[in-house]
Design a protein around this ligand. Structure first.
Ligand code: ATP
Length: 745
């Protein structure tokens, strides 16, 4: 059991945490009798702690400490753990006392009541005494056991809650259900997978995943990669199963030969951390029962942890190029990350993104280093390159000719990624670029308030699991403020968040049912979360491929989905550009607002929430500025009375902002207390969504308004274009005149 080993050291448990195990699972098996909440942050802060203890400790000093004998370290570790346990016990005791005090205060209130209440109180006292005893008894239990008890209680509570909703089945039913599920998986006809040339044990793992047949891209790629050993450049729509299309051949290749060297045998590069972790999970499912291991290398998680994982020399590595290149540069000669002589397979996922600015440099350096080894040692390495938008790519360092033909782009990609001549290009992307079952639409918004209202309307009107995409972190933060004030369950995901929080939010998003994920384009590519019903583009995506990837988070694996682009007049021209890059002959149809009373009520709520949010933002800015001034004045040794007037003015402003916020909070509370108008289903079409066709026929006044505002936007854009042209013509004319005058002189 790897778990027990991990329980010996905090570092090791953290490693496994990175590998995707949940804390509850650890506690359940009692692996962390000594585990201390929050210890995960200690590793990074350890050198700091030493510093504060000894005063000025140099970096060499820290290194020296690191080189001390293991025994000494272990001894120190024990002492440290004891000290922490003592502190913890004391803290718990203190908290217990606080709790008692709090309860006493509550009882004091009751004491002032009637005699009957006093009698009850006596009963309560008794109960409390018993509870106290129980509590003491609990405290005397070892930490691990307490944790297990807590977990069991939590489960019991959850089960009861579910029972209340009629969700839970009794044990017999449950077992029966599970058995049926197992039987179903066993029953799966695997003939198609076997016919594709996949080794039997991998076929068994695929059957356990419940997939009875291959998707189109899998059918095309797998035989060419496994049987014909070709390099592949593959493209297929989002959610079409490309991950398995490359993971299966990688595993099949590894089984063919014994390991050579100490380095990785297969490398999969992907552009985002979340995607790396997701691919790694798919691989782990297929690796069950085999001798192979995989690891994931991403930025944002402590580098030391990842270095420790690599000590086990896993055969398969999934990585983002930035972090991998950073580690490769520091690698010792002949070490795991320096030895590429055992490489069998290189995979580049989301290739069009990988050759863009931001990843290009590291990706090419990694590929070049591997290729040098491969050529030197005359090895046969297979390269598999995938994307959903291969032909949209904009290669970094190239003067982009948007109209460069597909063939030229493919050749360029093949050169960059080092594909051999024995390659096959498999392009299954259909004309429209997005998934077949995706309903695409747009909603024109007159102004910012209209846009915010439309978004909140869509969330209320259609519910479920939705992603809202923004172009910037600031925009996602602003919307987060507004939506949370409106009591909408919302989670954030953007690049400025710490990695752990990003992963946690994704996990929550996948579990909950009525939830909105507010994300920037870090979530646009590759993420595979079941049951995402809607994608709302709060801002028009900057490129056609971003639109395709964002929209592709729904309508995955042949399911249905809805994507709506919210367009305001300022985005009119970028929206047009996006449509023309998508080669669409017709415009996206207007998504109608079919319940106007709901829209109107929401608009009022949104107006207040949005004003409140901007007041909050102003307040924050002012208080930051004030504390910055104070600090700067102190550092410069200025007389505080010198800027007294300014400080007084700032405080006056802040107080009035506080007042405004309070008034608005009350107003919003009042508005939220009135229920939203119900949706009159009798007047609605017999489908869940207003789809593209129905949208064309819709005649509601808000829809008309939306269409009008779009036309207005177009008019404004056309007017601006005309002015720009006139201005250019004038400028050219004056330049020409100047030149003529100069030459006449
Ligand atoms: N043969 C199959 N049968 C049914 N479902 C499958 C099959 N293969 C993969 N899937 C499922 O399809 C979903 C999408 O797969 P995957 O994430 O590989 O798509 P993708 O083509 O890589 O998408 P994207 O371009 O967005 O990255 C996953 O949930 C996966 O489990």
């Amino acid at each position: 059991m790897p778990v027990i080993v991990a329980s010996k050291s905090k570092g090791a448990w953290r490693n496994v945490a990175v590998e995707g195990l949940k804390m509850d699972e650890w506690a359940e098996i009692g692996a962390f009798e000594e585990w201390i909440p929050g210890a995960e942050d200690e590793e990074v802060s350890e050198p700091k702690a030493k510093k504060s203890k000894k005063g000025k400790e140099t970096a060499e000093g820290v290194k020296k400490v690191e080189n001390e004998s293991d025994e000494k370290k272990e001894g120190e570790g024990k002492k440290k753990r004891k000290r922490k346990k003592k502190n913890r016990d004391e803290k718990e005791k203190g908290e217990g006392e606080k709790e008692v005090k709090k309860r006493k205060i509550e009882e004091g209130v009751k004491e002032g009541g009637k005699e009957e209440e006093k009698k009850e109180e006596n009963g309560e006292d008794k109960k409390e005494g018993e509870e106290g005893k129980k509590k003491n008894k609990k405290k005397s239990l070892p930490k691990g056991q307490r944790r297990r008890m807590k977990l069991a209680k939590k489960r019991e509570r959850e089960a009861k809650e579910k029972e209340g909703k009629g969700e839970v089945k009794n044990d017999g039913e449950k077992e029966e259900g599970e058995e049926k599920e197992e039987e179903k998986k066993e029953e799966i006809d695997t003939t198609e997978w076997i016919n594709l040339g996949i080794p039997a044990d991998i076929v068994q793992s695929i059957a356990k995943m419940g997939f009875s047949s291959a998707t189109a891209i899998q059918r095309e790629v797998i035989p060419s990669a496994i049987r014909d050993r070709l390099d592949i450049l593959g493209a297929a729509e989002t959610g079409s199963g490309k991950t398995l299309a490359y993971v299966i051949p990688v595993l099949a290749r590894l089984r063919e030969e014994e390991r050579r060297g100490v380095g990785p045998r297969a490398l999969i590069l992907a552009p985002t951390r979340e995607l790396v972790i997701q691919v790694r999970k798919v691989i782990d499912v297929l690796l069950v029962g085999t001798k192979f291991r995989a690891c994931s290398i991403v930025g944002g998680l402590a580098q030391q942890k990842q270095e420790r994982i690599m000590k086990h020399k896993p055969e398969i590595m999934v990585a983002t190029p930035g972090r991998l290149w950073a580690l490769m540069r520091q690698a010792d000669t002949g070490s795991y990350l320096d030895d590429w002589s055992g490489m069998k397979c290189l995979v580049i996922d989301e290739t069009d993104r990988m050759v863009e600015k931001g990843h290009f440099s590291e990706m090419t350096k990694i590929v070049d280093k591997i290729k040098i080894t491969v050529e030197d040692k005359q090895l046969k390495m297979q390269t598999l390159v995938f994307s959903a938008t291969l032909t949209f790519c904009r290669i970094a360092n190239k003067s982009e000719d948007a109209k460069a033909d597909t063939q030229a782009k493919i050749e360029e990609l093949a050169t960059i990624t080092g594909l051999r001549k024995e390659r096959k290009v498999i392009d299954l992307t259909i004309g429209k670029g997005t998934a077949e079952k995706l309903v695409e639409s747009r909603l024109n918004c007159k102004n910012l308030l209209g846009k915010d209202t439309s978004l909140v309307y869509l969330i209320h009107r259609y519910g479920g699991r939705s992603i809202v995409f923004c172009n910037s972190v600031d925009c996602s933060r602003r919307l987060y403020g507004i939506l949370s004030k409106l009591k909408i369950r919302v989670l954030l995901l953007h690049a400025k968040m710490i990695q752990r929080a990003r992963l946690n939010n994704l996990e929550k998003f996948a579990k909950e049912e009525n939830v909105v994920l507010l994300a920037t384009d870090v979530a646009a590519r590759g993420l595979d979360i079941k049951g995402i019903q809607h994608v709302f583009h709060y801002q028009v995506p900057k490129t056609a491929e971003t639109y395709i990837h964002r929209s592709g988070r729904t309508a995955r694996a042949s399911s249905h989905g809805l994507s709506i682009v919210l367009v305001d007049p300022t985005e009119s021209s970028i929206y047009r550009k996006m449509c023309s890059s998508l080669n669409r002959s017709t415009d996206l149809s207007v998504f109608p607002i079919d319940c106007e009373p709901l829209f109107d009520t929401i608009r009022e709520r949104v107006r207040v929430a949005s004003d409140m949010d901007s007041a909050e933002h102003q307040l924050q800015k002012k208080s930051h500025a004030e504390s910055w001034f104070d600090k700067a004045a102190k550092e410069a040794d200025l007389d505080p009375t010198e800027r007294q007037d300014d400080a007084d003015e700032a405080h006056y402003d802040m107080n009035s902002l506080h007042g405004t916020m309070k008034t608005m909070a009350n107003k919003l509370k009042h508005l939220m207390a009135t229920p939203l108008p119900s949706i009159d289903r009798a007047n609605l079409p017999n489908t869940r969504y207003m789809n593209a066709d129905l949208a064309e026929k819709a005649t509601g006044s808000l829809t008309r308004e939306a269409v009008e505002s779009a036309k207005e936007g177009e008019k404004v854009a056309a007017g601006l274009k005309k002015k720009a042209r006139e201005f250019l013509a004038l400028k050219r004319k004056s330049l020409k005149k100047k030149k003529e005058e100069e030459s006449a002189k």
